[in-house]
Design a protein. Structure first.
Length: 237
């Protein structure tokens, strides 16, 4: 079983992983032999995810070609938070203080936990920072969090920034390269500027093919399609 932090909001992560491979809650209950109501309570945070439930999710989702715990990027300053620290960060965001998301990239699970705890005021600030944030890091983190929230309005706003903000676009593509190939951050940034130079273009393309159909992350969808287009000349050789 992948290692997890005790205070991490595991429920939303399990739900996202289940939905990413198209498994209904009813089907997951049949496959794991847990009651549908139990799994529903786990996914919404009303019940703790036991080791057995996490292992059952991992086993079922991996059989469908997915993964529960998405690999993180290799950035040396990656921020991973849990429990009370997530609550404090979300409170700061709601009150208009970007706090540490203006300084370094956040882990995927941290983004999901913020989405799970954020209220309309927090989302309004994130939408503003995604466009007007003083640092590219803040704009990118705000975008990555909003990209994991549902709704066409959020998706359109994310795509507009990716298409117009060169610095954010570069950081997002670097993150995709880093996460999917687990290359060091410096190499990932270099590859992001010249995708045909990727040392494993076919492996990257195979992974991107899943990204472009991810219904729960508009950043990954846009970056996946953009990167596949840039890789096309290399893949056709």
């Amino acid at each position: 079983m992948a290692s997890t932090d005790d205070d991490l909001d595991i429920g939303p992560i399990l739900r996202e992983a289940r939905l990413s491979v198209g498994i209904s809650l009813e089907r997951m209950a049949r496959a794991t032999h847990y009651a549908k109501s139990t799994l529903g309570h786990v996914e919404t945070g009303r019940r703790t995810a036991t080791a057995g439930i996490i292992e059952a999710y991992e086993r079922t989702i991996e059989q469908e070609g997915g993964e529960v715990f998405r690999r993180d990027i290799t950035h040396p300053g990656l921020i991973k938070l849990k429990g009370a620290k997530i609550a404090l960060l979300t409170k700061a965001i709601r009150e208009g203080d970007p706090d540490i998301i203006a300084k370094a990239p956040t882990a995927h699970a941290t983004d999901l936990a913020i989405v799970h705890k954020a209220d309309p005021d927090a989302f309004a600030n994130l939408r503003r920072w995604m466009v007007e944030g003083k640092t590219a890091t803040l704009r990118t983190n705000a975008l990555s969090i909003l990209a994991k929230t549902p709704g066409q309005e959020n998706a359109r706003a994310v795509i507009e920034v990716l298409e117009t903000d060169e610095k954010v676009r570069h950081l997002c593509i670097s993150s995709e390269v880093s996460r999917l190939l687990q290359l060091d951050w410096a190499t990932s940034r270099r590859v992001a500027r010249d995708l045909p130079s990727c040392p494993q273009p076919r492996k990257l393309a195979k992974k991107l093919a899943r990204e472009v159909v991810d219904p729960h992350d508009s950043e990954s969808r846009w970056c996946g399609a953009h990167m596949l287009g840039k890789l096309a000349p290399v893949l056709g050789r």
